[in-house]
Design a protein around this ligand. Structure first.
Ligand SMILES: [Zn+2]
Length: 728
């Protein structure tokens, strides 16, 4: 099939969206925006149609935009886009309405336990179990399709009320009883089996609505008319909205990614992480445009202000590094701060010129970092941020720090053998089903290596604690049911010291290290394990996290032990009361089948995600390197904070290097770039094969690729925003 014969959703990469406000019908300069579509090389546009606010004269009871009158602004824009050869998505928004519809159909709305409607400001929140979703929205979809024949529809808040509140409307009461035989739970209680059923029931309903809206769209508009539910790539956000990532991403022929900008705790790298996670479920042949806020989103938000251009562009190129395509997004059709109109053009043009290298490729990775939504919900519960997200984030950042290639792997998609990824990293993947644990066991039996941390496999899929790790046999350790330390952020006061703990590394080497002596330093025996590489001058390192207390089996090697907390202040008190314990913090073993296993009882992944101490990240990354026998597909040397992603496309290798070296890397927004270089890229012969030529897609130049003992070597003189190296 040639590209032009492929359906629109496989060939429309670049999008634009002027998110229309209610005043825009009297000031929308359509000719100017058409020129902007051309300049920014978009192939499709998202145009507000209906839902909360209608931008066309609907026969249904939708609230018409305040200044719409009898005008069909939506229809005029569709016509203009069609004349310009663009794909069109009609934008919907269907989670709340104005009061008139509520007055006519009060049974369509969410209710609290006293029967009062849930409201957001002056709007009333619709219930996903009501005919509003089964009948009214399908009628709106049909009306939009019949009037204007868009290629599809997209909706940014399609999945009903979020998880913070329980709807007690008659529809929910009836449907929940029919599904489960139970009354609705009165309050959130993760230990209540009925609440757990309510969670599962809510997830299932969103999948049902997704399927219903797609069925209606296809009936009215033909098989290629898609209802594209916007989603986030942040699993915690998806959970808060009952969106089952695996079920919904795998159903998506294209995904309109509503993940508009970074948050300070997660940084830019969360965009590539999200892209990889979603492509891992959807497939790498699918198109995933991402809404990039050109207004100043986040804290503070200025809907009409221009986001500093580098902030938006850096977010975009982090997306390119994971197969995300760009979609500019302005709020309103008229801005007096016009700097935002210049942001998109250079990166959209670059994307157009290089698109053949940016899509339809597969990641080359050393480690699969395993995740599941079950772990977020039933183990993370109301503390998913620290229980699940921080260990995950620490694991990802540890890989980025040492430029180890990673891919997210869903716990239901554990590979049978270590063919594509030789190592799996389980960052506190506590809630695991027996089936998932069996898959891990098979992977190890096939020669795969594992790095696991904290409470991994210590809970079942409902978040109920098991007496021992389900994977105790794999880890070579057993749980005792106790722990030291805590998962929460520490009290900044020096008057308390529960996080003033350390890890003692073995063997102890300080007798041979520059420093004062007492004479009773241990005689150094043996060498440090590679997991402790780089720490030879330290016999203890700061810890400050949570230690799962375990027994280590005879075949494991204990690399570090726990030193309990002692006072911080006043300084005279700050000496170790108990300098050593036998409590294992890091253990490693060679599995019988040839794989390697490291288990970190100390939650160094979470610590790194929370505290950013380099030792913690290095140990996690060292563990993965050791587990992979240092057989990495690429080594990238050179100073700077770089996020690097490697892909294979046909016979070529493609390496993205995003330069995040910047004082604003962890504090938005970036307002200038700091170039780095030279960067030396080495691809070992085993991975480089017959590749011999290197070109740089951003610099627009070929560079020398030299064959030497370590493999194929390329030197990139300088990287400003990003670089993409193509090896052929
Ligand atoms: Zn309800």
């Amino acid at each position: 099939m040639t590209e032009n014969q492929a359906p629109w959703y496989q060939r429309t990469y670049r999008w634009g969206q002027t998110n229309i406000t209610e005043i825009d019908p009297i000031r929308y300069d359509i000719p100017w925006w058409r020129e902007h579509w051309r300049r920014t090389r978009v192939q499709g546009v998202v145009i507000n149609a209906g839902g909360i606010v209608a931008y066309y004269p609907s026969k249904l009871q939708q609230h018409r935009a305040h200044f719409l009158g009898e005008r069909d602004l939506y229809g005029e824009l569709v016509q203009a886009a069609r004349e310009d050869g663009l794909a069109v998505l009609a934008r919907m928004d269907c989670n709340r309405t104005y009061e008139p519809l509520y007055n006519d159909h009060p049974e369509w709305y969410t209710r609290d336990a006293e029967g009062r409607p849930y409201r957001e400001g002056e709007l009333f929140v619709t219930c996903i179990n009501s005919p509003y979703y089964d009948w009214f929205i399908p009628a709106v979809i049909r009306e939009i399709i019949e009037r204007s024949h868009p290629d599809g529809l997209t909706d940014n808040s399609w999945s009903g009320m979020d998880r913070r509140r329980i709807c007690f409307c008659a529809n929910c009461e009836r449907k929940f009883r029919e599904a489960t035989g139970q009354r609705l739970p009165r309050a959130a209680d993760w230990n209540n089996p009925v609440y757990r059923q309510w969670i599962v029931w809510n997830y299932a309903r969103r999948v049902e609505v997704f399927d219903l809206f797609n069925r209606v769209s296809a009936e009215a508009g033909g098989p290629d008319c898609l209802y594209l539910a916007m989603m986030s790539g942040n699993v915690l956000h998806q959970s808060a909205r009952f969106r089952d990532c695996r079920a919904l991403f795998s159903r998506s022929k294209m995904l309109m990614l509503d993940h508009q900008s970074r948050t300070n705790p997660l940084g830019f790298t969360s965009n590539a992480e999200a892209g990889k996670l979603i492509h891992g479920i959807m497939g790498w042949d699918k198109v995933m445009p991402e809404s990039i806020a050109h207004y100043q989103g986040g804290v503070p938000t200025f809907r009409l202000g221009s986001k500093p251009a580098w902030e938006a562009r850096m977010w975009a190129v982090e997306g390119f590094a994971a197969g995300i395509t760009p979609w500019w997004h302005h709020i309103g059709a008229y801005h007096e701060d016009r700097r935002q109109y210049k942001t998109a053009e250079p990166i959209f043009r670059w994307h157009e010129a290089n698109e053949r290298y940016l899509l339809n490729r597969t990641p080359v990775a050393t480690v699969g970092i395993v995740w599941s939504q079950t772990n977020v919900d039933f183990y993370g519960r109301d503390a998913a941020e620290e229980r699940v997200a921080q260990p995950w984030q620490g694991a990802v950042q540890a890989m980025i720090r040492q430029r180890v290639q990673y891919v997210p792997v869903h716990a239901d998609d554990i590979p049978e053998a270590p063919v594509d990824v030789p190592v799996l990293l389980l960052p506190n993947l506590a809630a695991m089903s027996d089936t998932q644990c069996s898959a891990i066991r098979r992977y190890v039996e096939a020669g795969g290596s594992i790095v696991a941390t904290g409470e991994t496999s210590l809970y079942d899929e409902w978040g109920d604690r098991r007496p021992d790790f389900a994977l105790a046999d794999v880890f070579g350790v057993h749980a005792t049911g106790t722990h030291h330390g805590q998962t929460s952020a520490g009290d900044p006061s020096w008057e308390v010291f529960p996080r003033h703990s350390y890890l003692r590394l073995t063997p102890e080497l300080r007798a041979g290290v520059y420093g004062p002596k007492t004479g009773d330093e241990p005689e150094p025996v043996g060498k440090r394990h590679p997991i402790l590489r780089g720490l030879d001058e330290a016999d203890v390192i700061g810890f400050g996290g949570r230690l799962e207390v375990v027994y280590a089996g005879a075949e494991t090697e204990v690399l570090a032990t726990f030193v309990p907390p002692f006072p911080i202040y006043p300084p005279e008190t700050s000496w170790m009361r108990q300098p050593r314990t036998t409590l294992p913090a890091i253990v490693a073993r060679e599995a019988h089948q040839g794989g390697r296993v490291a288990y970190l009882a100390a939650d160094l992944d979470r610590c790194y995600g929370r505290d950013y101490q380099p030792d913690h990240g290095d140990i996690v990354a060292n563990a993965v390197r050791w587990a992979a026998r240092d057989d990495l597909p690429v080594e990238i040397e050179g100073r700077g904070y770089l996020d690097c992603h490697l892909y294979r496309q046909d016979e070529r290798l493609i390496l993205h290097i995003v330069n995040l070296t910047n004082p604003a890397a962890w504090r938005a927004p970036i307002s200038e770039l700091i170039p780095v270089g030279p960067i030396v890229v080495t691809v070992p012969a085993r991975f480089a094969g017959g590749l011999s030529r290197a070109s740089l897609l951003v610099a627009g130049a070929d560079v020398e690729a030299t064959r030497q003992e370590g493999g194929l070597r390329v030197v990139i003189p300088s990287v400003e925003l990003h670089e993409v190296v193509v090896l052929e």
